[in-house]
Design a protein around this ligand. Structure first.
Ligand SMILES: Cc1cc2nc3c(=O)[nH]c(=O)nc-3n(C[C@H](O)[C@H](O)[C@H](O)COP(=O)(O)OP(=O)(O)OC[C@H]3O[C@@H](n4cnc5c(N)ncnc54)[C@H](O)[C@@H]3O)c2cc1C
Length: 266
């Protein structure tokens, strides 16, 4: 069984700068890091490996500096890593990103593809479902369990509000997982040492049979037409009256700000 885990190299969200003309995050200025949901995705992949003896590959479309992140995941126990990196990929929207990732997935032929539910920076939550769509295979988002593989099918639950629904889906399939699903294992010292010997293959769009004009800005379906920074203003006001009076005052303030409807006399 072959498993691919999609791992995004996200800029540290506490340290993000924007290019407002181009409407993009200046990723090259921010230190990159693991995406929290992807850590759970890697752990889920490794739990399948423990149970069923699967091979777990990591796939990232990211700058070269993501190599360190790949080593961290390899140290947890993943088998190999693919880093798709090329200047032509700059400006790739969700459509192109999924197209590039799925080209590699199709080439390597995986039984199960695990992605994070959402990336901390882009936050579209579209990548897993778009990859499934590109490959023409099913996708279970928001997986609420690791599930079991029975006769070539995955039996897996997802949660919607108070409802837990269990699905049976033929492999290959895509699942997306959230950070709360599983607690990721720590890398052992041996794992860290072994990770240095494991292969990280770098490739470009042309290795995947894609032309430069099919990726990046040219290949993308979305264009940024405007972007602006939203200024958040905060104001602290202490209400130091007695509780009854403070409550009255609070209601008055909320009504003034249009948050509460004014009380209508009976
Ligand atoms: C017009 C436009 C231009 C853009 N230009 C750039 C650019 O120049 N550089 C840039 O970095 N981004 C760029 N982006 C953003 C890029 O398209 C998104 O980061 C990408 O589509 C993933 O979407 P997301 O961040 O919302 O991830 P989500 O869909 O929320 O991520 C869900 C999961 O998918 C997987 N995943 C997502 N992205 C990757 C990846 N790259 N590699 C492996 N797994 C992944 C992870 O498992 C992740 O947890 C651009 C977007 C637009 C619309």
């Amino acid at each position: 069984m072959k498993i691919a885990v999609l791992v995004k190299y996200v800029p540290d969200t506490t340290d993000i700068e924007y290019d407002l003309n181009e409407g993009r995050i200046l990723r090259e200025m921010a230190p990159g890091t693991q995406n929290a949901d992807d850590l759970a995705a890697v752990e889920a992949g490794l739990q399948y490996k423990d149970r069923y003896g699967a091979e777990v590959d990591l796939i990232a479309m990211a700058p070269e500096s993501a190599e360190e992140m790949m080593r961290e995941y390899l140290a947890m126990g993943a088998d190999r890593a693919y880093l798709i990196v090329s200047p032509a990929l700059k400006g790739s929207d969700g459509y192109v990103t999924a197209r590039v990732l799925s080209a590699l997935i199709a080439r390597e032929s995986y039984d199960l593809i695990i992605a994070g539910l959402m990336a901390a920076d882009g936050q579209t939550g579209q990548t897993g479902p778009r990859v499934a769509e590109a490959l023409g295979i099913p996708c279970i988002t928001f997986a609420d369990s690791i599930g079991e593989i029975v006769d070539g099918a995955l039996v897996i639950a997802r949660r919607i509000g108070d409802l837990r629904i269990t699905y049976r889906v033929n492999l290959p399939a895509v699942i997306t997982v959230q950070r709360h699903l599983v607690r990721a294992r720590l890398a052992s010292v041996q794992g860290i040492l072994e990770a240095q010997m494991k292969e990280i293959q770098t490739l470009t769009e042309s290795d995947l049979g894609l032309l430069p004009n099919e990726v990046g800005t040219e290949g993308s379906r979305l264009r940024v037409v405007a972007s602006q920074k939203i200024e958040t203003k905060r104001q602290v006001r202490w209400l130091s009256e007695k509780p009854d009076e403070a409550a009255e005052e609070l209601v008055k303030i909320l009504v003034e700000r249009g948050i509460l409807e004014p009380r209508v006399a009976p």
